[in-house]
Design a protein around this ligand. Structure first.
Ligand code: ZN
Length: 378
């Protein structure tokens, strides 16, 4: 089945209003009464209805965003039937859209006109986390300033002792409706009420704290679960944790962009971790055994003789857990060979003897070590 957002033709960050509008438009085009005898239209309409049912419900939408269709229960067969949704002919469809009766989608919260107070804005915040927190996941505090509900008026915007009054022009619906005839029969068009700005209510005495807006800017703090395997650029979406809308409007979403502090020992290549093993010339040539530090503790590593710089030892499943799916990346330990710079006379003598024995020319006659090489054989 197609992506729900694609079915509705909206982006993944679409507001509830945009989703509702997109649904209305598509539903009118696809409704069976407008396409008699076209089974494709009916099937598409059912899918569309199911997509809307999920995306118009905050909890279900959030699960869908995280887990896809598996998060909202089964395939397209599980969708509600046409009768469940609309119970009858095309006349009912407009009641559903425009709040004429009990909505089969369930509204929840205060019953307002369909435009109602607008939802608050989405808010974005950048949070720095440690390398290990990104790898293993953690719960982190996120603190920010954003518009929150005004406590003094409980979000209504009305001054103490007063209440918002139902707008007399639109009767509280926030919309002025007009009925006209069209090819499909009666069409109802609605536009926001100009007197109350679509809010359905007017305020005579604004709350002094929020100046009638129903919200104030304040500190907010959330505990946010960071899943294992995130990286710089990962974004967590917290549904309805963004700014509150004016005068009782719903909350926008909060987007937490993660930035991972670098680690001294490890760099990331996707879900693989890369670290360096520093070896001396002698260790690389003769082999050694060492304890390699991993994020899960130390591991014994046997370095064979004749190990070249850049050689990679791969420890399976010791990298970063895959954010999606099971398992982890690998830990790649790359060999670096350190050439000694400060050497004792004895070391110079031994290394020179080693080179002479292999017929290699050493020393350039220009720096200090040359005299020590000469004196080593005088
Ligand atoms: Zn207030």
């Amino acid at each position: 089945m197609a992506d729900f957002y694609d079915l509705l033709g909206v982006s993944r960050s679409a507001s509830a209003d945009e989703i509702k509008k997109a649904y209305r438009k598509r539903a009118r085009e696809l409704h069976p009464d407008a396409n008699p005898g076209d089974p494709n239209a009916e099937a598409e309409f059912k899918e569309l209805s199911r997509a809307y049912k999920v995306l118009s419900d905050d909890a279900q939408r959030s699960r869908y965003d995280q887990f896809g269709e598996a998060g909202v229960g089964g395939g397209s067969g599980a969708g509600p039937s046409m009768d469940d949704l609309f119970g009858g002919g095309i006349g009912d469809i407009f009641d559903t859209f425009f709040g004429g009766g009990g909505s089969p989608f369930g509204g929840g919260g205060r019953q307002r006109g369909p435009s109602g107070p607008p939802r608050g804005q989405d808010v974005e915040v950048i949070v720095d986390i440690d390398f290990a927190q990104a790898v293993f996941g953690d719960q982190i505090p996120v603190e920010l300033k954003l518009p929150v509900r005004c406590d003094d008026c409980d979000g209504s915007g009305a001054g103490s002792g007063t209440e918002p009054v139902t707008c007399s022009d639109c009767g509280g619906s926030g919309q002025v409706q007009r009925v006209r005839q069209s090819l499909l029969g009666q069409m109802v068009t609605a536009s926001p009420c100009t007197r109350c700005g679509g809010l359905g209510e007017v305020i005579s005495t604004p709350c002094p704290t929020c100046r009638g807006e129903g919200r104030v800017t304040d500190d907010a703090s959330y505990q946010v679960d960071v899943p294992a395997g995130v990286d710089t650029g990962s974004t967590l979406r917290l549904t309805r944790r963004g700014a509150v809308g004016p005068r009782g409007g719903g909350n926008g979403d909060l987007y937490v962009h993660l930035r991972v502090r670098p680690d001294e020992r490890y760099t990331r290549e996707g879900d693989d971790l890369v670290t360096e093993i520093p070896l001396s010339i002698a260790q690389a040539a003769l082999g050694t055994s060492l304890e390699l530090e991993t994020l899960d503790g130390t591991e014994d590593l046997v370095v064979p003789h004749g190990t070249q710089p850049g050689r990679e030892f791969v420890l399976r499943q010791r990298g970063v857990p895959h954010l999606q799916g099971r398992g982890r990346g690998d830990l790649k330990a790359r060999v670096r060979v350190d050439v000694p710079t400060a050497m004792s006379d004895e070391e110079v003598r031994l290394l020179t003897a080693f080179a002479e024995g292999r017929g290699e020319r050493v020393g350039n006659g220009k720096d200090g070590i040359f005299s020590r090489i000469k004196s080593a054989f005088s």
